[in-house]
Design a protein around this ligand. Sequence first.
Ligand SMILES: NC(=O)c1ccc[n+]([C@@H]2O[C@H](COP(=O)([O-])OP(=O)(O)OC[C@H]3O[C@@H](n4cnc5c(N)ncnc54)[C@H](O)[C@@H]3O)[C@@H](O)[C@H]2O)c1
Length: 390
Amino acid sequence: MTDLNIGLIGYKFMGKVHSYAIKMAPFFFDIKINPVQKVICGRTEHLVKQAAESFGWDEYMTDWREVIKRDDIDIISIASPTLVHRDIAVEAAKAGKHIFCEKPQAMNASEAKEMLEVAEDAGIVHMLGHNYRRVPALAQAKKMIDEGKLGEIYHFRAVYLQDWIMDPEFPAIWKLKKDIAGSGPHGDLNAHIIDLARFLVGDISTVVGMDKTFIKERPKPGTGEKLKTMLTADGQNSEHLEEVDVEDMMAFLARFKDGAVGTFEATRFAGGRKNHERIEINGSKGTLVFNFEKMNELYYWSNQEDLETQGFKKILVTEECHPYIEAYWPPGHLIGYQNTFVNEFADFFKYIDEGTKAEPNFYDGWKVNQVLDAVMKSTESKSWENVESF
Ligand SMILES: NC(=O)c1ccc[n+]([C@@H]2O[C@H](COP(=O)([O-])OP(=O)(O)OC[C@H]3O[C@@H](n4cnc5c(N)ncnc54)[C@H](O)[C@@H]3O)[C@@H](O)[C@H]2O)c1
């Protein structure tokens, strides 16, 4: 079995998730290569050192360029903010490393296209972190749609709802900054449901969107508590506030190339909703409904059954015949969020071993970035935009 050494850039939310998935993929799946947790990288030495110890990495470094320069690194896993995805991926591809990159792929479609072209020229395996394709219920939905169980697709309807920044005291972290994140919940959450729309239904041709920023100024990171005191003492003190230049919500309508229509909504202001990713697809023969908060379930209605007994049925996607499930537990023993990443890294390692193209890859990421850009443009032009113009 060949050892493949991994360099992971980023050690917080996705850094921890990637570490877990890299460790657990060979535990659950029959993988023909041996992924080695060689180096984890982040800018703050004492924190990345701590992460290396907690997550089981052999070494840590503080400059991603130095990680890429190393001859003993075969794979780069990118779990850093969107702003640095392009630079890391381009350098890594030129150095011949295989790449796993978090979503959204890039700040915009032109950066994403550059990543695709450089990665293709380098002949490396490139994969994008749209983990929801690896939820067994959604992989099962894809299978059912491909088998024609829904007939002609009419509607794709998706919402991705969260509520973690509703408090106006929540600080302006990088995910609320246009120059680092590219956008707010649009690039963060709509990116996932756009990818699922492409995965399940097909390419989108035209879009029109609407956005809103509810809280226009927030405390600078690290000033929240101080700010409360300042506000009580002096009223508004803009020194500790900074402008929020990304949207708090983005909704859009879409027309698919094959004739279906879609609605999409992403927000961080849906009180009580934590990670509520819900999808409904209606076709001429049936409907499928998925909600991530019940990720082991898929709801299916079919008009091919007798009218007398028609109705939504719940498929508990935990049988051996369901995608990815054979690797886990006996029927009914549920899997969770972290398993979607184990599944995607297991596939990534399989693609590398077999030398095949990954799914989704930088082409898919570029297509998602095109939709993101077109929607953002449409909020300015106040008109429908063609996705392929971006
Ligand atoms: N697949 C998913 O469901 C999912 C969920 C959350 C985030 N993400 C994506 O993962 C990426 C990271 O998000 P996160 O939530 O883990 O963010 P985070 O803030 O939790 O972590 C970001 C990490 O990047 C590091 N970092 C920042 N700038 C860097 C630089 N210039 N060089 C090296 N390291 C740098 C930080 O130190 C930190 O370790 C983003 O692209 C985000 O969209 C994906």
